[in-house]
Design a binder for this molecule. Structure first.
Ligand code: PLP
Length: 393
């Protein structure tokens, strides 16, 4: 037997972590580094939310809460689902987690058997396949391309579904592509999923509010209400309210699956910090202008990225409709750079030669691409794009 369990032995160390660490190290050496690698808003948590957290400390929120979350936060979550998503959940159909990530973890641990298949559209957030593997399930990728707008097609979905499929994960707007799945596309995917009554669906809506496509938000349950009771709607406060470090996520789904997820969480983290839960309730119930202000900034910065990339012919690029990422195709740059054979080496080259940090697309199932984050200052974005233009324009 090996020293460590196979579930961790098989996990690959994330190249996100590697690039983050290298960028930080170069910065510490005194080099000017453009952090287009961040997965974290560069804004502060809104003042009213911080104040609610501070009050919670004073008011003695220093004790265990119910596993599924404080009643006032669960009410805020139920209110949010109804207000923003038109979805009605009872108190036993929602739960609070340590970030959206734990909602996904709880779900996977609750429904996956060893050998089950988890269908994941490409490009994807790397935690989807990683968590599936921890559960001894097999990720099965649904391929998309920049030409088809990174959109999962119903035909491709039908092709990868099998009798072993147990879970399908959807994420819109998408980390890393910034693309939104349209209502029509969701309806078409829903029609396929309706043919598989034993399959669960996770819709990861964490970037729901970070959008500038001008449309109302739709997830798979909105598009296909018949799927409600086998879909877990995952969301949280991390991205919309710049609250990544508070660790509050939440989800809604049928009472039976939420019950299992509660049992599991009760034996792991139990729950996220009480103080964080009070702050998250303030975020969900409070004035939403803070979210609009941050979205306006992301949209403006995205415009800077778009303008900058347009000057570089060798980089193919699909404008994002949301998030604070996009996923330009650098394959032609890789082809022409001496000593650079793939996106991993290109990410290192860009850091070493231009001081620009971006995450290799292969971490998201998109080799040849780089994830460019614009959760950083306008000035840094403009200067980084200038440097790219001077090198490759
Ligand atoms: N889902 C996606 C697609 C993400 O990109 C992230 C964070 O990067 C998360 C979930 C995790 O969010 P949380 O901080 O709520 O765990």
């Amino acid at each position: 037997a090996t020293k460590f369990a196979r579930r961790v032995g098989d996990l690959e160390a994330s190249s996100i972590f590697r690039i983050n660490a290298k960028a930080q190290a170069l910065k510490t050496e005194g080099r000017r580094i453009f952090r287009l690698d961040a997965g974290d808003p560069d804004f502060e948590t809104p003042g009213a939310v911080k104040a609610a957290g501070q009050r919670a400390i004073e008011q003695g929120y220093s004790h265990y809460t119910p596993i599924g979350g404080l009643p006032e936060l669960k009410d805020a979550v139920i209110g949010k689902f109804e207000r923003d998503n038109g979805l009605r959940y009872r108190e036993d159909e929602v739960m609070v987690t340590c970030g959206a990530k734990q909602a996904l973890f709880n779900l996977c641990m609750s429904v996956l058997h060893p050998g089950d298949e988890v269908v994941i559209p490409q490009p994807y957030w790397g935690s989807y396949p990683a968590i599936a593997k921890i559960c001894w399930a097999t990720p099965v990728y649904l391929e998309t391309s920049i030409e088809q707008g990174f959109m999962p097609s119903p035909e491709a979905l039908a092709e990868v579904m099998s009798e072993r499929t147990r879970l399908v994960i959807l994420n819109s707007p998408s980390n890393p592509s910034g693309q939104v799945i349209s209502k029509q596309a969701l309806e078409a995917l829903g029609k396929v999923l309706e043919r598989y009554p034993d399959v669960f669906i996770a819709t990861d809506d964490i970037y729901e509010h970070l959008r500038w496509d001008g449309n109302q938000y739709y997830n798979i349950v909105n598009a296909c209400p018949a799927l409600r009771d086998r879909t877990v709607v995952i969301n949280g406060v991390s991205k919309a309210y710049a609250m990544t470090g508070w660790r509050v996520g939440f989800c809604g789904g049928a009472a039976d699956v939420v019950y299992q997820m509660n049992k599991l969480q009760g034996q792991s983290t139990a729950h996220t910090a009480a103080v964080s839960q009070v702050a998250a309730a303030a975020a969900l119930n409070g004035d939403q202008q803070c979210v609009r202000d941050m979205v306006n900034a992301y949209q403006r910065r995205h415009q800077l990225v778009q303008t900058g990339l347009a000057t570089i012919d060798a980089i193919d690029y699909l404008p994002a409709q949301g998030t604070f990422y996009c996923l330009p195709d650098f394959s032609r740059i890789i082809d022409r750079l001496e000593g650079v054979d793939d996106d991993q080496q290109l990410a290192d080259w860009l850091l070493d030669h231009l001081g620009i940090a971006m995450i290799p697309g292969s971490a998201f199932g998109a080799p040849g691409h780089l994830r460019l984050s614009y959760a950083t200052s306008d000035e840094d974005i403009e200067e980084a794009l200038e440097r790219l233009n001077r090198a490759f324009g």
